[in-house]
Design a protein around this ligand. Structure first.
Ligand code: GLA
Length: 741
């Protein structure tokens, strides 16, 4: 056989071998599948993401006996820049020698178990350079979530600059795809926006540096079957698990897919990767549901409760927070009075907010003292110990506010450590809240130790502290780390969040039982980057019940009620100045993780009684609200005059239905709201909670089948039947459904 023939044969055999090695990776959860083609020495490509594949359907994705696949691959799973420059990429680097191209090929695939999740790792290597990328997929076996991320490292001589480093890319088949995402601002967080995806680039991003959910959110949903529906249609959801600057890109060019990229926002954040240093991107959590947006939310919520949120399956205590009640006017007698009041209404926890600390610089307003975490003896002569003793006397727990990542230039901390703040070298810092606030440089290990010690000192001195409200009221206004070298200044945003996470990990290791709330000028920190360390977050500084319906509706797309702090506050509301009757304020707060943010001393006995009853009733429904499945029924954003949602217990034996009128006119014709998520065959007894009407509803105590309630709903009266002088323009109902045999 001549050489040419032998080479031909060998080449044929290699081709066959290549096909034999052609390998599909089938990543699956209970109801979803994601399929990748990962041929050794070839490109890692997406093939499928959606409803779970049966074995026979999956066989269409495989190459059997060297034959073509029935289902073709879609696109590179982790597109790298340089060898196909005009398309969008997930990864772009500059090698040590200045070369700006990457060509990644599959080296091998691994599968391992992590708890009850399966992790598939596809190891990629550049064809030319010792540059490696692991693309990782973690598929949970008890919830329909797949987390995707990458790990990047190299063995080139010197640093390689990472210019783009997305966590993940996902092609989404075009059709009539609609995007749902959240936007907003301080006091208007969690606003829902829904739009059909059109050609061009849609970018959702954040550059705050510290908080990342005041404005847009790092989570989105794609409705694949036209205008988004809550309880029908196919939906892909994505949530970036990161607390810092992020960017979500959706590129729609003239082909069959929307190209979705998600990861850290690389703007002003080029990363110089040293030889053998491992760069891990944040995880992107993907979900798929064919039960509409609410179905996708239920997947995120279940995952949050079981795997993400600190103490995700533990019921939250009903609390009173001092902020809107007394603001900075903290003193011993006032705190004792508030504790007595919340205890008498059946509450379980009191949280002392801002204003309790500072010695040389007492914290009487927002223009000083952050960093000086010693009790202000003038306000609290007997200290925290005495507050804890009083809380115990009242049979409640005690919590405290801190803002550990910050200082003011009017503080002892700043006087001692001016080098600990974030600022550009040789420049005066731009100042934040109160005209004096600055952000500490969490890249600096000394700062990390200091922040850990704030919590550690409090908890060591007062182990009975049950709850910490952790606030963060400033953006990074100045680009400059006084700790990082001049070559690594572009690492500042990333190192801030690495430092933050390190501190959180230390706190959680030492204090696993502590409840910690993430607050950031309201809802600035609703994200899955921090939630593993935090139990809950403050949805917004805006406590107006009507506006909260919109904010909580949006927030519920991605976050479960157990994490969404929702407080009953005063009227007129301190942010909108709207006067809303207590019944309505209570009914809205009770749809989340209930608390109060009010001066009880200013409430009438009648109001206190209403709250006391509501707290008693909330204790009954708390497991359903906090651990149940959400079904959003009628959106406030649809402006139909009413908003409604319900929570159903996993066993479907109990449910809570919320109905809030959002507009008020004479001769209104509101739609009747059909329920969802019930068991069609079960009979449910209906009981109204928080009733203020003189007479019960016509269906009070009556039984209805699940099928009836889901097909027809109940005819809810538009107004409350109360005495003439108590009538007003608000109306709301909370119905408790309980299965009867
Ligand atoms: C932020 C928080 C509020 C309150 C104040 C205290 O604005 O969102 O809830 O804690 O700080 O200064």
């Amino acid at each position: 056989m001549d050489f040419k023939k032998r080479m031909k044969l060998l080449f044929g055999a290699l081709l066959l071998l290549g096909n034999l090695f052609a390998q599909n990776v089938h990543v699956s959860t209970p109801h979803t599948s994601l399929v990748l083609s990962a041929p050794q020495g070839g490109e890692l490509r997406y093939m499928y993401y959606g409803h779970k594949l049966s074995e026979s359907d999956f066989s269409n994705f495989e190459i059997v006996g060297g034959k073509q696949r029935v289902v073709k691959t879609i696109a590179a799973a982790y597109p790298a820049y340089g060898m196909n420059c005009p398309t969008e990429s997930a990864l772009a680097v500059k090698h040590t020698d200045g070369n700006m191209t990457l060509q990644l090929e599959v080296v091998k695939t691994l599968e391992k178990q992590d708890g009850n999740a399966t992790v598939n790792v596809i190891e990629l290597k550049d064809k030319l350079y010792p540059f490696f990328v692991n693309v990782c997929y973690k598929a949970y076996q008890d919830v329909d979530i797949i987390e995707v991320w990458t790990e990047v490292f190299h063995q080139e001589k010197e640093t390689v600059v990472l210019n783009q480093f997305a966590s993940a890319y996902l092609p989404i088949r075009r059709g009539d795809v609609w995007l749902s995402h959240l936007y907003g601002s301080w006091a208007n967080e969690g606003q829902l926006s829904q739009e059909a995806l059109a050609p061009g680039m849609k970018i959702i991003k954040n550059k705050d540096g510290v908080r990342n959910s005041h404005t847009s959110h790092a989570e989105v949903m794609f409705s694949l079957d036209g205008k988004p529906q809550e309880n029908t249609g196919r939906v892909i959801g994505a949530a970036l698990c990161y607390s810092g600057n992020y960017e979500l890109r959706i590129d729609t060019r003239d082909d069959e897919y929307h190209h979705f990229f998600a990861g850290i926002n690389e703007e002003n954040s080029n990363y110089s990767l040293k030889k053998d240093e491992l760069f891990c991107t944040p995880h992107l959590a993907l979900t798929y549901s064919d039960e509409g947006l609410s179905g996708s939310s239920r997947n995120f919520h279940r995952w949050a409760r079981l795997h993400k949120l600190a103490h995700g399956s533990t019921l939250r205590k009903i609390l009173l927070n001092s902020w809107e009640g007394v603001y900075f006017d903290i003193h011993q007698v006032g705190m004792d009075q508030m504790m007595a009041d919340i205890s008498s209404m059946g509450g379980e926890l009191f949280v002392m907010d801002d204003g309790w600390f500072g010695d040389k610089y007492p914290r009487n307003s927002d223009n000083s003292s952050l960093g000086d975490w010693a009790v202000d003896k003038k306000k609290l002569p007997d200290g925290i110990g005495s507050l804890l003793a009083n809380a115990e006397k009242h049979g409640i727990k005690f919590g405290i506010w801190i803002e550990p990542e910050m200082t003011n230039i009017a503080s002892e901390l700043y006087e001692q450590h001016p080098d600990w703040i974030i600022k550009a070298s040789d420049r005066e810092p731009v100042l934040g809240r109160g005209g004096t606030q600055v952000v500490l440089d969490l890249a600096n290990p000394a700062v990390q130790n200091f922040i850990f010690k704030i919590v550690d000192d409090l908890m060591t001195a007062y182990p009975a502290i049950d709850y910490i409200k952790w606030d963060a009221n400033m953006s990074i206004m100045n680009h400059g780390s006084q700790y990082l070298t001049k070559d690594n200044q572009s690492h500042m945003y990333i190192e801030f969040h690495r430092g933050f996470e390190k501190v959180c990990q230390r706190i959680r290791t030492k204090y696993p039982d502590l409840t910690i709330q993430a607050c950031a000028s309201g809802g600035g920190r609703a994200n899955y980057g921090i939630l593993p360390y935090f139990d809950e977050f403050w949805v917004s500084d805006n406590t107006d019940a009507l506006q909260r319906i919109y904010m909580q509706w949006g927030t519920s797309y991605f976050f479960p009620a157990i994490a969404m702090e929702s407080h009953i506050s005063a009227t007129p509301n301190h942010q909108t100045f709207r006067a809303i009757p207590l019944k309505y304020r209570v009914d809205v707060a009770m749809s989340g993780r209930l608390g109060m943010e009010i001066q009880p001393k200013n409430m009438t006995e009648e109001e206190k009684t209403l709250c006391k009853n509501a707290i008693t009733e909330y204790k009954v429904i708390r497991p359903i609200v906090q651990l149940g499945d959400i079904y959003r029924l009628m959106s406030p954003y649809d402006k139909l005059g009413v908003a409604s949602l319900m929570y159903v217990a996993p066993e479907k034996d109990k449910a809570v239905f919320y109905w809030w009128k959002t507009e008020h006119f004479v001769n209104q014709h509101l739609p009747r709201v059909r329920m969802a998520g019930l068991c069609p065959d079960k009979q449910y007894k209906v009981h109204e909670l928080n009733r203020i009407d003189n007479t019960p509803l016509s269906f009070e105590g009556r039984f209805f089948s699940g099928v009836y309630l889901m097909a027809n709903g109940l005819e809810i009266p538009y107004n409350h039947r109360v005495d003439y002088q108590k009538q007003n323009d608000y109306s709301s109902r909370v119905l408790y459904l309980e299965e009867v045999e």
